[in-house]
Design a protein around this ligand. Structure first.
Ligand code: NAD
Length: 428
């Protein structure tokens, strides 16, 4: 970034960690820049619909357990709602509302014809059998069935959900309707209408946007040091793709802890190890560090790829990276964001950085509707084109308004959604 930035607002000593309050605060900053009409502002700040469901499940021991689940549609002005479903003990309605609104802005940043949605179930899948997980997934989808559909709202994987869960969702919907509807979810297995490249798509988008950022900072990918928090779909695939791009992945973590090797981890060997042990800790060719230490390692690129609120006022002064590539949603609090900006650390904001997943989900949805499937080079080429254009659009918006990339992305997205809302008008 070469533009002059706005004067810094004094950061308060304590800060909110409520994700929806954070999402609204980020939205308001963009709305101020756009001088958005007060009425439109109220419409765009709030989710359009939020459904709370009880999910009774017969557990393996015969007991009935009732789980709480949510589906939120934030905005559908530009197309059907789109967004993943999260299974986690700490899911809250406010978290799902925040994630749904970030999906609205993300789809607008990459300019694909979707609105924003998200779902979640309060549960701990690590303590459930495959049978319990299947019964819970099917009953959850059945409870939200009136909200979803290929033209209405299209779920996808998020934390602790995967292609198998998407297959159960798709089958539940199709059985209820009496025919197979491929377009109701994305992130499906290849054998039932999944897309080539979807599994790595989010991580590939992280790689493309990081390469764009590096170009502007005159940094090289070859030999660049990378630290990654989280080793699931996004973190694990980021490790693989950055390693293949000749970067040096010096640390990774998961919920069990973190490992580091300043000479670079042997990523293919680590994948074999994780395939066997289901955790990164204990990997022989690395030193064990804490999850907190990973976020503070000296490196070129820090990639948070786990959950929200990881870089906060508590640790932001110790973040020691040149670039923070937000593969996770909401990993940086707004106050920590101000500090990173003041310290000259470039943040590639989540709504841009991790938009590769929803972009290939869009390709999967289109392929399902057409029943015509593309090969992987075609998917990756189209993905690169969209991600590079989105990075440029965000960069230009940031330059124009003299703001950082997050605010630039928000202004771009809120402007696009506000335009769609205005031209459609207010019903009735
Ligand atoms: P996942 O369930 O596949 O993996 C999550 C990983 O984070 C696991 O390795 C888990 O052990 C680890 N983790 C959890 N808490 C941690 C902690 N406190 N410290 C260190 N590691 C921790 O989930 P995912 O799909 O990879 O999603 C990760 C993030 O990326 C989420 O914020 C999600 O919303 C976002 N995201 C995912 C996609 C997608 O396509 N899957 C797309 C866009 C954004």
């Amino acid at each position: 970034m070469t533009a002059t930035l706005e004067p810094r607002h004094e950061a308060p000593r304590s800060e909110t960690l409520n994700p929806f309050d954070i999402a609204v605060r980020q939205f308001n900053i963009a709305a101020d820049h756009l001088d958005l009409d007060a009425g439109v502002r109220k419409v765009l700040a709030n989710p359009r619909r939020a459904l709370v469901v009880s999910i009774p499940v017969r557990m393996d021991d015969g007991r009935i357990e009732v789980f709480e689940g949510y589906r939120v549609q934030h905005n559908v002005a530009r197309g059907p709602a789109k967004g993943g479903v999260r299974y986690h003990p700490a899911v809250t309605l406010d978290e799902v509302k925040a994630l749904a609104s970030w999906m609205t802005w993300k789809c607008a940043v990459v300019n694909i014809p979707f609105g924003g949605g998200k779902g979640g179930v309060i549960c701990d899948p690590s303590k459930m059998s495959p049978g319990e997980l299947e019964r819970m997934s099917r009953r959850y989808f059945s409870e939200i069935i009136q909200m979803v559909g290929p033209e209405k709202d299209i779920p996808a994987p998020d934390v602790n959900t995967n292609p198998q869960v998407m297959a159960w969702f798709m089958d539940t919907y199709s059985m209820t309707l009496g025919y197979t509807a491929l377009g109701v979810v994305t992130g499906k297995p290849l054998s039932i209408g999944g897309s080539q490249g979807r599994n790595e798509a989010t991580a590939r988008g992280v790689l493309f946007t990081t390469m764009e950022a590096m170009k502007r900072l005159n940094m090289q990918m070859a030999g660049a040091t990378i630290a990654i928090q989280g080793f699931g779909n996004v973190g694990g695939n980021s490790a693989k793709l950055f390693h293949e791009a000749a970067a040096k992945v010096i640390a990774v973590s998961d919920v069990t802890g973190a490992i580091a090797n300043k000479n670079g981890l042997d990523i293919p060997k680590l994948f074999e190890y994780v395939g066997r042990e289901r955790r990164v800790t204990g990997f022989p060719e690395a030193e064990e560090i804490s999850n907190e230490q990973l976020l503070e390692l000296q490196c070129d690129v820090l990639i948070p790829a786990a959950l929200e609120n990881q870089i906060t006022l508590q640790n932001v002064e110790r973040v020691n990276a040149k670039i923070v590539a937000e593969a996770a949603n909401g990993p940086t609090t707004p106050d920590a964001d101000v500090t990173l900006r003041d310290r000259g650390i470039l943040v590639i904001p989540d709504v841009l950085c991790n938009a590769g997943g929803v972009t290939v989900s869009y390709f999967e949805w289109v392929q399902g509707l057409y029943s015509f499937f593309w090969d992987e080079p075609m998917i990756n080429q189209q993905l690169e084109k969209i991600m590079v254009k989105a990075y440029n659009d965000v960069h230009d918006s940031a330059q124009k308004y003299k703001v950082d990339l997050r605010t630039g992305a928000q202004i771009l997205a809120v402007g696009r959604v506000a335009e769609a809302s205005a031209i459609r008008g207010l019903f009735p």
